[in-house]
Ligand binder design. Structure first.
Ligand code: SAH
Length: 344
């Protein structure tokens, strides 16, 4: 167990449960996230015996950063976990701040046909601390604050729900990494029961849905999850989510040449989400070794965009990061293997 997996409240409870005072939780949290200690020995205001108690149960080690690849506005970090598995996180520099894309699992079981990072089956969920440390350590390495977090790296965050929620609580806490809830985005392929649970939490966190198709026929072909939670189940659940949370939803839609980028698709998509408090983020596909899918050309992307606009759908086109260093969405795994090969 690692100390970076405990929420503020859990740390307070820990001290209460060993017969001590709640406020030590707050003190320790501040040593971890404000003062950024690397060892329990640096703590000066909590009794040695209490520190010995907690340190015998919770390690304070960081992850190993095995490599950093830098480009102008993007940086990719490869981390080694205690069991020697590897995960990646990507830093993106925007004019509004630094954003980090974190991984939530080792591998992924969702099996989306176009996605490279899912080609390795899920090995395990990431522990909360393994998610928190991706951000904490990038901040330290960079010497700059991370203001935004997107859970869009390897893995399906709603397949690791409990650890995800604890992770959000820690990075959002004013005495933790203090990343505003509105600056945190969780992306899911559409795990309906978890979307419902997430909606009931009344957090101000953003939710993004990987939609990628305007009907079940196309979505079934691209995303196996659609067979479990088809659009006629997913869309009403999202409408309910918006009603309950009063938050605007993001739909991610990768444009795949000849598959989901036709004018009919654009019209169908407009009708599907008409009237919802949502916007569509059109994603130019990052081509991978998987030759079945190709990126739509710019004319097609613009035509798709225009049809949505004309139908009064809020729409943006995603700025592309990291294509040079394969840090782009869905490409983490393939590049990881190349890096991995360097080490074996
Ligand atoms: N499992 C979650 C989060 C990880 S994927 C989800 O499905 O949302 C993050 C986003 O990257 C998803 O929208 C995914 O569909 C997209 N993506 C995957 N491969 C891609 C590629 N090659 N090019 C562009 N986007 C991709």
């Amino acid at each position: 167990m690692n100390i970076y997996g405990l929420t503020y409240e859990e740390l307070e409870d820990y001290f209460v449960n060993i017969g001590s005072k709640k406020f030590h939780g707050s003190q320790l949290f501040s040593w971890l996230y404000e003062k950024r200690i690397k060892s329990y020995d640096e703590i000066t205001n909590i009794k040695k015996e209490l520190i010995n108690n907690i340190s015998s149960n919770y390690g304070i080690d960081r992850l190993k950063i095995v490599s950093v690849e830098k480009d102008v506005d993007v940086c990719k970090y490869l981390f080694e976990l205690n069991d020697l598995e590897h995960i990646e996180a990507v830093l993106m520099r925007h004019d509004y701040g630094n954003s980090v894309c974190v991984s939530s699992q080792v591998g992924c079981n969702m099996g989306c046909k176009f996605c490279e990072s899912g080609r390795r089956k899920k090995v395990r969920n990431l522990e909360t601390y393994e998610m928190v440390l991706q951000i904490l350590q990038i901040e330290e390495e960079l010497g700059e604050r991370i203001s935004h977090v997107v859970v869009m790296g390897i893995g399906e965050p709603f397949d690791n729900y409990d650890n995800l929620i604890k992770f959000i609580k820690i990075i959002n806490h004013p005495k933790g990494l203090a990343i505003g809830a509105r600056h945190i985005t969780v992306s899911t392929c559409g795990v309906v029961p978890k979307i419902k649970e997430f909606g009931n939490l009344s957090m101000q966190v953003n939710l993004a849905i990987s939609l990628h198709a305007p009907n079940n026929t196309i979505r079934d072909r691209l995303m196996p999850i659609n067979k479990v939670y088809p659009l006629d189940v997913l869309i009403p659940c999202l409408k309910e989510y918006i009603k309950k949370t009063n938050r605007r939803l993001t739909f991610e839609y990768i444009l795949l040449n000849g598959i989901n980028d036709t004018e009919e698709c654009a019209i169908e998509l407009s009708n599907l989400i008409k009237g919802m408090n949502a916007y569509v983020n059109l994603i130019p596909y990052n081509e991978t070794n998987n030759l079945k899918f190709m990126r739509s050309n710019t004319v097609q992307i613009m035509r798709f965009y225009d049809i949505l606009k004309k139908n009064r759908v809020n729409v943006t086109i995603r700025r592309e990061f990291g294509s040079k260093i394969s840090a782009a969405c869905g490409q983490l795994r393939s590049k990881k293997e190349e890096l991995w090969n360097l080490f074996i």
